[in-house]
Design a protein around this ligand. Structure first.
Ligand SMILES: [Cu+2]
Length: 352
């Protein structure tokens, strides 16, 4: 009797699950989302906005780059890793294709062969009188030593790759702080005036209009310079998210109250897509990541378009300011001289 009751409770729970998810959907929008209206309204009732311009930024400084088909994004029926655009990614893919896959294939074939050999050679029909052998020192040594050697062959490159992935950032690295929110991403550029980019998923129409893959494309991308180490500081604002970019072999959790750090360096200009990779709530599947990698000068233009500061600019401005200051001082001195000549008493009073 009791298990009937349990079954009914379970069934009821399953039936009501979608309703619970909808209820979460209806929660008030997270702060910050208002600042950048959530384009992610996959099933929101808001009328689909007209196709937005490529970006709200000055087109003279920045126009979003078109992605390359099959690069930095999943492909239909794909079974391999995405083409890798970072050094660690290339090394990792090499380990997989040159070391792991061949070893796995050989082990599977050897074990399968052994199984068949035992099944045929030692079947009851061929061995009416079973062998009484229980130990064979040579075989026991072989099946202990060979796996140890295999593990060593795998361990050496894989531990060195692991260490390389967590090397601290060099001095000249660009810092980007990444915050996971329910359910969008924020990118801060502290080295460039600390402006923040709020990144929301595009609707299907907007993504199509821009020639980008739906559920991967975003309104405002994270932009970084090519071939330069980027110190990624990753945190979460509410729950645990995870920043993942498969083409760069990059994934790191975004944990509230904690900053995780890892270096990302992408050596090829392009547009690369990723997704939040930690189950973070009802819209977990709708907070994609788009990273655009640009040559340094174009990256600087993008920073300027966002109202950020570029290092060289500041120095140039300071120089101009200094020059202006010098001129002003010279003028002052000149007028002081005049005053001194004209009314020495006043000048003396001013000095006092
Ligand atoms: Cu998330």
């Amino acid at each position: 009797m009791t298990h009937y009751v349990k079954a009914w409770i379970l069934a009821l729970g399953l039936i009501l699950t979608p309703a619970t998810v909808m209820a979460q959907d209806a929660l008030p929008t997270a702060p910050g989302a208002e600042a950048a209206p959530v384009a992610a309204g996959v099933d929101s009732e808001a009328p689909a906005a007209e196709v937005a311009p490529a970006s709200g930024l000055d087109p003279a400084l920045y126009t979003p780059m078109k992605p390359t088909e099959g690069v930095g994004m999943p492909v239909d029926k794909g079974i391999d890793f995405q083409p890798q655009v970072s050094e660690t990614g290339k090394q990792a893919k090499w380990i997989n294709n040159v070391i792991l896959l061949p070893i796995m294939t050989v082990i599977c074939l050897v074990v399968l062969g052994l199984l068949f050999w035992v099944m045929i050679r030692f079947r009851r029909g061929a061995n009416p009188e079973p062998s009484k052998t229980t130990h064979n020192t040579f075989i026991e040594v072989v099946w202990t030593v060979v796996p140890v050697l295999i593990l060593l062959v795998i361990a050496v490159p894989s531990i060195s790759l692991l260490a390389k992935q967590f090397e601290p950032a060099p001095e000249d690295a660009l810092t980007v702080k990444i915050t996971g929110y329910q359910w969008y991403w924020g990118y801060n550029y502290p080295d460039n005036g600390d402006f923040e980019i709020i990144s929301n998923m595009l609707t299907e129409d907007e993504a199509n209009a821009r020639g980008e893959p739906f559920q991967l494309a975003v309104d405002n991308r994270m932009v970084i310079p090519v071939g330069k180490p980027v110190k990624m500081l990753i945190t979460g604002a509410d729950v645990i998210h995870s920043f993942a970019l498969p083409a760069a072999w990059f994934k790191l959790d975004a944990v509230p109250g904690r900053i995780n750090e890892k270096v990302m360096q992408i050596d090829e200009v392009g547009v690369y897509y990723g997704q939040c990779s930690e189950l973070c709530g009802a819209r977990h599947g709708f907070m994609p990541i788009t990273v655009e990698v640009l040559p340094e000068d174009k990256f600087n233009d993008w920073v300027r378009a966002n109202g950020g500061t570029v290092k060289g600019d500041e120095e140039a401005e300071t120089d101009t300011a200094e020059a202006e200051g010098d001129a002003a001082t010279a003028e002052e001195t000149a007028s002081d001289d005049t005053t001194t000549e004209g009314a020495p008493a006043d000048a003396a009073a001013a000095v006092n």
